[in-house]
Write a protein that binds this ligand. Structure first.
Ligand code: NAD
Length: 258
C-alpha cells in the first residue's frame, strides 16, 4: 500500500535514538523528507548523516522543544529546510532519574521537567507547526502518550502518568480544532518498547514483563514506526483524536516495583 508520504516533510522530535529514530526511518523509507530534532546535537547530526548516506532527504533541527524559543525555532527550521511541513511526530521524552519516587517524595523539579519535556513540548511544537501545515493544506500530528495512561501506571511515575494523560486530553481537543483543515491529531500509547531504557532492566524484570504480555515480548521500535507512518498517511485521513494502543494487549501493571 502506498501511504502517500512521498515528498512529505516530517519533523520528529527526540529522533536521535530510540523510538523517534525508528519512526524517522520508517517515514523516510516511505519517501518522506525527514527533519531530525533532538537536544543532543552529536546524535542528531550522526543520524542525519546516516539518513543522507542511505539516500534519504534529511535535515537537522537541534534544540530543546520543551522551551518556547526552542520549539518555535525548531519548527521554523523544519519548515524552512524543505519549504513545507506536513508531519509532526511529538516523541521527545525524558525519564531516568526524574522517575521512581512516589508523589509525596517527588521534588517539584522532577515533576516539572517530566511535564515540560513531554506535555509542554507537544503543545509548543503543535502550536507552531499548525500554521505551516495549514499553508500546505495537509497535516498529521502524532503525539506520544503511554500505557501508563491506559493502565494507570505503577507507583513512582505520577509525573510521567500526568504528562502522558495530559497529552491524551490535548490530542483529543486539538483534533477538534484543526480537523476540518485537513490536519489530523492522534496519540499513540505504546507499552514497553525495546529501547535503551529497557536494556537497563534486569533479566528477571524483563522476564516478568514479557511473561505478563499476551504477545510474550517487548514491542519493537520499528513497529511503533510503522503505526506512526500509517497515522501520517493519506489513508488515515479519517482517524482523528484517537488513542491507538500498541501494548500487545497488556494495558496495566501487576508486577509492583519489580
Ligand atoms: P529515549 O530516551 O531513548 O529517546 C528520547 C530522545 O528524546 C533522546 O534522544 C533525547 O535526547 C531526546 N530529548 C529529550 N528531551 C528533549 C527535549 N527537551 N528536546 C528535544 N529532544 C529531547 O526514549 P524512547 O524510549 O525512545 O521514548 C520515546 C518516547 O516514547 C518518549 O516520549 C517516551 O515517553 C515514549 N514511550 C516510550 C516507551 C518505551 O518503552 N521506551 C513506552 C511508551 C512511551
Amino acid at each position: 500500500m502506498d501511504l502517500g508520504l512521498d515528498g512529505k516533510v516530517a519533523l520528529v522530535t527526540g529522533a536521535a535514538r530510540g523510538i523517534g529514530r525508528a519512526e524517522a526511518l520508517v517515514l523516510a523509507a516511505e519517501g518522506a523528507r525527514i527533519v531530525v530534532n533532538d537536544i543532543d546535537p552529536e546524535g542528531a547530526d550522526a543520524f542525519v548523516r546516516e539518513l543522507a548516506g542511505a539516500g534519504h532527504a534529511a535535515a537537522v533541527a537541534v534544540g530543546d522543544v520543551s522551551l518556547e524559543d526552542g520549539a518555535r525555532r525548531v519548527v521554523a527550521e523544519a519548515a524552512a529546510a524543505f519549504g513545507r511541513l506536513d508531519v509532526l511526530v511529538n516523541n521527545a521524552g525524558a525519564g531516568g532519574r526524574h522517575l521512581g519516587r512516589k508523589a509525596e517524595d517527588l521534588d517539584i523539579e522532577d515533576f516539572d521537567i517530566i511535564v515540560r519535556t513531554h506535555l509542554r513540548s507537544t503543545f509548543l511544537c503543535a502550536k507552531h507547526a499548525i500554521p505551516a501545515m495549514r499553508a500546505g493544506g495537509f497535516g498529521r500530528i502524532v503525539n506520544t502518550s503511554s500505557m501508563n495512561v491506559t493502565g494507570g501506571g505503577r507507583p513512582g511515575v505520577t509525573n510521567y502518568s500526568a504528562a502522558k494523560a495530559g497529552i491524551l486530553g490535548f490530542t483529543r481537543t486539538l483534533a477538534k480544532e484543526v480537523g476540518a483543515e485537513g490536519i489530523t491529531v492522534n496519540a499513540i500509547a505504546p507499552g514497553y518498547v525495546a529501547t535503551d531504557f529497557i536494556a537497563t532492566f534486569s533479566p528477571e524484570k524483563r522476564a516478568v514483563i514479557t511473561g505478563q504480555n499476551p504477545i510474550g515480548r517487548f514491542c519493537q521500535p520499528e513497529e511503533v514506526g510503522a503505526l506512526v507512518a500509517f497515522l501520517c498517511s493519506q489513508q488515515a485521513a479519517f482517524i482523528n483524536g484517537a488513542l491507538i494502543c500498541m501494548d500487545g494487549g497488556k494495558r496495566d501493571f501487576h508486577w509492583g516495583d519489580a
